[in-house]
Design a protein around this ligand. Structure first.
Ligand SMILES: [Zn+2]
Length: 276
């Protein structure tokens, strides 16, 4: 009887427990199934959003070895070939004028993939490799400084003043001069003294000057403003890489303080000091 009672009790207990277990199981199936379904839906949304997020993820640039000292840029200078930097599309400059206090920096090559070298031969600068015809845009609001519309470079003489080929420099509202050379074309209306806005096209990338025998690239230099034709400063006096990398990733790192300090350290200018 004891066994019978026990068996009976067990049966009475087991039945509701089993029912509860089934209910719990069915609820679990619904919840887990529903959760899984919602989870898949969410994953689907993220999957669609992911390419945009990934493409905007800053790409760290590995340190590069110093390229050989040569008169012209070499393909081996191109250090980011394994990690291409995708340049942003140039900013549209149809917006109404902004207060000059709002400083905005943009990567100087727009509308194309562009690989900025992390070092440069002989003096500070960056060779930003991009196809011929990509936009060279003003990195910041400012005024056009010097424009060279004629390519006078000759490999036999390799004169320092001619190496840039077609070029444009801009003195920014931040007091820094920005220089881009080896251009294939210069935008109409770009002339000394003309005000420009950050992102405004100045010209197009190319292979003029000493870049005739190299892959097309924008030679990009930052320096302090000088009197005209002081090409040994204009070509680049402060390493631009950290600023280029910042602007490429949407940052606003300003070279103004470093350029001012470098100018003071440079001292009196008696002409070209290296690779002249
Ligand atoms: Zn260069």
């Amino acid at each position: 009887m004891r066994n019978g009672v026990l068996r009976g009790d067990r049966q009475r207990i087991l039945v509701p427990v089993t029912r509860r277990a089934w209910v719990a199981f069915l609820l679990a199936v619904v919840i887990v199934g529903g959760g899984g379904w919602f989870g898949l839906s969410a994953a689907g949304v993220f999957d669609r959003a992911q390419p945009t997020a990934v493409s905007s993820t800053p790409r760290a640039t590995p340190p590069q070895t110093t390229p050989p000292t040569t008169g012209v840029s070499q393909p081996s200078v191109r250090p980011q070939s394994s990690k291409p930097v995708q340049s942003r599309a140039p900013a549209v400059t149809t917006a109404p004028p902004r207060a000059s206090a709002v400083r905005r920096y943009v990567f100087p090559v727009g509308g194309c993939r562009a690989d900025a070298s992390q070092s440069h031969h002989d003096y500070p600068a960056s060779d930003i490799f991009a196809h011929v015809g990509c936009l060279f845009v003003a990195p910041v609001d400012g005024r056009v400084d010097e424009v060279t519309r004629i390519d006078s470079w000759d490999a036999k003489t390799n004169r320092g003043a001619d190496r840039g080929g077609l070029s444009v420099s801009v003195v920014g509202a931040d007091g820094v001069r920005y220089y881009g050379s080896h251009l294939s074309a210069i935008q109409p209306g770009i002339a000394p003294g003309v005000p420009v806005r950050a992102g405004q096209p100045l010209g197009r990338t190319g292979k003029t000057g000493s870049a005739q025998g190299t892959p097309p690239h924008l030679h990009f230099g930052i320096s302090w403003p000088t009197a005209p034709n002081m090409w040994w400063v204009r070509r680049g006096a402060v390493a631009p890489q950290r600023f280029l990398n910042s602007w490429h990733d949407g940052g606003q790192l300003s070279p103004a303080a470093l350029v001012a300090a470098s100018h003071r350290a440079y001292g009196a200018d008696h002409g070209c000091r290296s690779y002249c």
